[in-house]
Design a protein around this ligand. Structure first.
Ligand code: NAD
Length: 348
């Protein structure tokens, strides 16, 4: 008699193993490799199934599912956004995700994505900035010094050559934390008392705040000619960061317009306001920055293909390592039709 098996084990990357993987690879290298995976997938954008993410809103936050497929593999991320959470000792954003084989429909990876989202968002921002920011940009204002902030600063250092970051947060403790964490990175770190001070001399302005309202992190008079704005925090209906006048002076670049018009800064504009899709800049079909005086805006909300790229990357990178646990999450009896028998035989 053969022993019935129900095991098609799925590799699971825990938070602990994700952190070990980062130290194993090195964070700068990992940000660079993630940017390459995202770039590869953006180059083949038309191959993907695309849909705005599926969101469930409450008064205090949102829970979202972000699915996509390239016909070979299928990925989704579960992610939340709860700006009030930090006051209760919880993360604003947590996530996990899954990659599956389209042929069998079987999952091939389950992984934490809270840390991975911070990495992929930073890699995405830096990739966009490579096409949009002034070439000589060395100074970045970092407004909002929460969970994402250090990842953003490191990606701009590693991939765009930023040398100085000017930090501002309404909560001085967040700025102090961020400055401390960036202490050994080689970045010049300047803690600022106001957003006006933070943007002084900055060619790149990253806004990465969390507040469930039409906030005005940047007013029109704060944004001078030639600046690149990397707007990360406005990513939900009714949750924006920029004064509308800035949008009217900027060339606006987005991930997936159908989603960004619902969630991004451009929800404040007419539905037909022209925007450029970033994937077209990456393939060369559309232009990025045209001249030194242009204001460019990456209206980032985070799109499923970036998570798909991150999932592919982790699947490739854990191969041959012990940085995952095999998870018994799929019932897979030897006789595929004998699911019930499998349960019966498991009786104590
Ligand atoms: P977080 O809560 O850890 O940090 C947000 C910080 O913003 C806090 O320190 C808070 O004090 C600060 N802040 C709030 N209002 C401010 C203001 N008016 N001026 C200055 N600082 C202010 O959150 P996080 O995980 O760092 O995420 C930040 C934002 O980025 C969230 O809104 C999140 O939804 C968004 N996000 C976007 C993407 C993307 O792909 N675009 C990915 C991840 C997170």
């Amino acid at each position: 008699m053969t022993t019935p098996s129900h095991k098609a084990l799925v590799p699971f990357v825990s938070v602990e193993n994700m952190m070990r993987l980062i130290h194993h690879i090195g964070i700068d290298r990992m940000l660079g490799e993630l940017a390459e995976y995202i770039e590869d997938d953006f180059r083949r954008w038309p191959e993907f199934d695309k849909t705005p993410r599926v969101a469930s809103h409450s008064d205090v936050g949102v829970i979202e599912l972000m699915p996509t497929s390239d016909g070979q593999a299928y990925g989704f991320k579960y992610v939340n956004g709860h700006p009030k959470n930090t006051r209760e000792g919880l993360q604003t954003v947590t996530a996990f995700g899954l990659l599956a084989d389209m042929y069998t429909g079987y999952p091939v990876l389950l992984t934490e994505m809270t840390v991975l989202t911070a990495l992929r968002t930073a890699a995405m921002s830096a990739l966009a900035a490579k096409h949009l920011a002034p070439r000589d940009a060395r100074v970045m204002a970092m407004i909002g010094n929460g969970a994402q902030a250090e990842f953003q600063c490191l990606a701009f250092q590693a991939l765009c050559g930023v040398e100085e970051v000017r930090l501002y947060d309404i909560d001085a403790a967040a700025t102090a934390k961020c400055a401390r964490n960036l202490g050994q990175t080689g970045l010049r770190v300047v803690a600022c008392d106001s957003p006006e001070e933070a943007i002084q001399g900055a060619q790149v302005i990253t806004t990465c705040t969390a507040d469930k309202q039409y906030a005005t992190i940047l007013t029109d008079n704060m944004v001078g000619a030639g600046v690149h704005i990397n707007a990360i925090g406005g990513d939900c209906p009714g949750k924006t960061e920029l004064a509308p006048a800035i949008l009217h002076r900027s060339e606006i670049f987005v991930e997936y317009p159908e989603q960004t018009r619902i969630e991004g800064e451009i929800q404040q504009l007419a539905p037909d306001h022209p925007v450029t899709e970033l994937w077209q800049v990456i393939t060369g079909a559309a232009r990025g920055r045209r001249d030194a005086s242009q204001i460019t805006l990456f209206d980032s909300v985070g799109f499923a293909i970036e998570d798909f790229s991150a999932l592919r990357y982790i699947r490739d990178r854990i191969e041959g390592t012990d940085l995952f646990e095999p998870l018994d999450m799929l019932a897979d009896p030897d006789d595929p039709r004998d699911l019930f028998g499998m349960v019966q035989r498991a009786a104590p």
